[in-house]
Design a protein around this ligand. Structure first.
Ligand code: PEP
Ligand code: MN
Length: 344
């Protein structure tokens, strides 16, 4: 249920509705809008009676919420969420490109790649310090040393950094160093980790699970918002299908569905979807044409020597080309009516 207050509702009238919601054992979550306040009802055990709320002075409407997700839904918040990290905004209608290696391997490696991707137009740097690897024998990341290198990259290049919090144990540490905390595909339904992300004071990049439905993905984001962190960016990175011509299958229609269902920004990771570099530029073009708010791309100055995901990492010249192409596409689609179209 969403209780919409009239434009002229007084703070006392809003408080009275909040008290009535809480008296029913539910949680009231006021959502200030440009024009009016709406109050979301959370934790209700069953359907709520809209007519009851209509009897309160100052109430304009009481709308049953039809979706299982609430705080992330457009029903609760029609206006797009814009996540801001320094002077980078994600979800404001522009295009933000995040790039870097799969894993931070050394200070020289990270700085070399960061300078190259910044030069090409990347607005943020990515690199894992704690890596989720299929094999326990594969490179697991540099751990805290990797985070320290990321901090030096930020200092040196001015690029904000995105890195993964692999588990609860390292979350505090990652939160201290990262500008955006990544929750990886394998952890999308790690509910205790999602709750911890809900208490974080930094934006969270939530990747879609390996075979998650859109509803499961949005419910995972709901955990983070319900926990008190509204700064969530969703990232489509391909799902597992029967196909073997790519590592995963990039689900671009999911981007449109998420844009329609949720106010949260959605970006695309073509690298983990493709698993091979020859598909990364075409998939990036498609993602931007479909309306993604950004891209997250793996780039390495020497992919054949990369300690993880070398086959899908672009050479720096390819990343230059990618930036040129997606910039041109994003300008074609830059349209003030875009948000409206996404909803309709
Ligand atoms: C990554 O971004 O390097 C990564 C491990 O991604 P995912 O969780 O999507 O597999
Ligand atoms: Mn990777």
């Amino acid at each position: 249920m969403l209780v919409v207050m009239s434009k002229r509702a007084t703070p006392e009238q809003i408080d009275a509705v909040v008290a009535a919601i809480e008296a029913k054992g539910c949680t009231a979550r006021p959502i200030p809008g440009g024009q009016r306040v709406a109050i979301g009802v959370l934790h209700n055990p069953g359907a709520m009676d809209a007519a009851y709320f209509m009897t309160f002075p100052g109430v304009k409407d009481a709308i049953p919420v039809t979706r299982p997700y609430k705080l992330v839904s457009r029903e609760f918040q029609p206006k797009n969420t814009v996540v801001r990290i320094g002077d980078v905004s994600i979800g404001d209608g522009g295009l933000s490109v995040i790039a870097g290696p799969c894993a931070v391997e050394s200070e020289t490696q990270a700085l070399t790649i960061a300078r190259l991707v910044r030069q090409a137009g990347a607005r943020m740097f990515r690199g894992g310090a704690f890596k989720p690897r299929t094999s326990p024998y594969s490179f697991q990341g540099l751990g805290e040393e990797g985070l320290k290198i990321l901090a030096r990259v930020r200092e040196e290049t001015g690029l904000p950094v995105v890195t993964e919090a692999l588990d609860h144990e390292v979350f505090d540490l990652v939160e201290r160093y990262a500008d955006i905390i990544q929750i990886g595909a394998r952890n999308m339904q790690n509910y205790t980790l999602l709750r911890r992300a809900g208490r974080a004071r930094k934006p969270v990049l939530l990747k879609r699970g390996l075979s998650a439905t859109i509803e499961e993905w949005l419910m995972a984001a709901e955990y983070i918002l319900e926990g008190g962190n509204p700064q969530v960016i969703l990232c489509e990175r391909g799902v597992r299908t029967f196909a073997h011509h790519s590592r995963n299958t990039l689900d671009l229609s999911a981007v449109r569905v998420v844009m329609k269902e949720s106010h949260l920004p959605v970006i695309v990771d073509p690298s983990h979807a493709a698993g091979r570099r020859d598909q990364v530029i075409p998939l990036s073009r498609a993602a931007v044409a479909v309306g993604a708010s950004g891209l997250m791309v793996e780039v390495h100055h020497a992919p054949e020597e990369a300690l993880s995901d070398g086959a899908q990492s672009l050479y720096p010249e390819q990343f230059d080309e990618l930036c040129r192409q997606v910039q041109a596409i994003s300008e074609v689609f830059r349209d003030p009516r875009k948000d409206q179209a996404a909803r309709g």
